[in-house]
Design a protein around this ligand. Sequence first.
Ligand SMILES: Cc1ncc(COP(=O)(O)O)c(C=O)c1O
Length: 393
Amino acid sequence: MTFPERFSGLPEYAFPRLRRLLDAHAPGGEVVHMTIGEPKHAMPGFVGEVIAGNLAGFGNYPPNDGSPELLEAIAGWIKRRYGVAIDAATQAMALNGTREGLFNAAIALCPEEVRGQKPVVLIPNPFYQVYAVAAQAVGAEPVFVPASAETGFLPDYTSLPKDILNRTAVAYLCSPSNPQGAVASREDWATLIALAEKHDFQIFADECYSEIYRDTPPTGALEVAREGGADPERVLIFHSLSKRSNMPGLRSGFVAGGPESIAQIKQLRAYAGAPLPLPLQRVAEKAWADEAHVETSRALYQEKYAAADAVLGDLPGYFAPQAGFFLWLPVDDGEAAALRLWQETGIRVLPGAYLAREVNGQNPGKNYIRVAMVAPKDEMQQALERLKRCLYA
Ligand SMILES: Cc1ncc(COP(=O)(O)O)c(C=O)c1O
């Protein structure tokens, strides 16, 4: 059997790699999982009722683009959240979570060539891993741009050479960022959008952590693009109910942006997409229309930020996350720290290097661990105290 070369260079995925690192060793104490970004707060109370009330929908093929009601609910949320009016029918599409959308949008939209050359896809480093495999799938060159302490944990795409920018087809930007919890300001977005206008590339704004923040709602890419009068096709935003509504198992999100881009994505997914079952689209519709459950969950995260700051705030290099639910903690060596923590305390965290790529001999995640603040607050706080004693005493 011959398998394609296309994906042969992919590193092993972070979680099997972590199991290989840790599972040969016994935990040194009560096990606490702080590795995976799986929200644990309550999902909204209406989920079962809505599914039960729409059971007949499992008897239908679901609408590929999202039901008109779901698309209207999404457009309503975008208007309330960002003050941006979109046409629900042509400027938004339902996704099975943002992961597949971030992948499929590249397939639908990345051209074969840019100015006669191989296209470039800009990717922050560290990053959510699907961006790189999307670039590989379309035969583009991924360019990993450090998002380190020196650049405020966001990639500085303006620093790239002109020949790279002139070949760029797509720039991914995650804000609030996973893993660091940095937020792109209005000015950051405006600068990136101006760069994209100048060099004519698209921005895929991964905003799936947008509703988990301390006190100020993060600015959205679409609102800045609209305010600045950018090409309507310039920015696509990706949002999810996985983090906002604590339903990673629902597999529901959306992409919104320019009508031509959305039409291209719809066309691809009409052939190859896996639309969300109708009863689940009904749940999603209700979730986008409801903020009460989001506020309740956010308040719990705000308590967790305070707890993390209280325990770890005095560590040199501690970055108090502005949003999202990860801590990105500096250590000498992320793998060694994760292993030691597991063997001495039973706490599982992810070595930062597993979320980043080595470029010119440097892996910008190497000296970090990622810690997910998903456990209940008291359990999380106790775990952070144990982590601090183990790694920083
Ligand atoms: C940065 C980022 N983007 C996208 C996703 C995908 O989320 P989902 O497919 O559940 O919407 C995740 C999930 O962990 C993420 O951390």
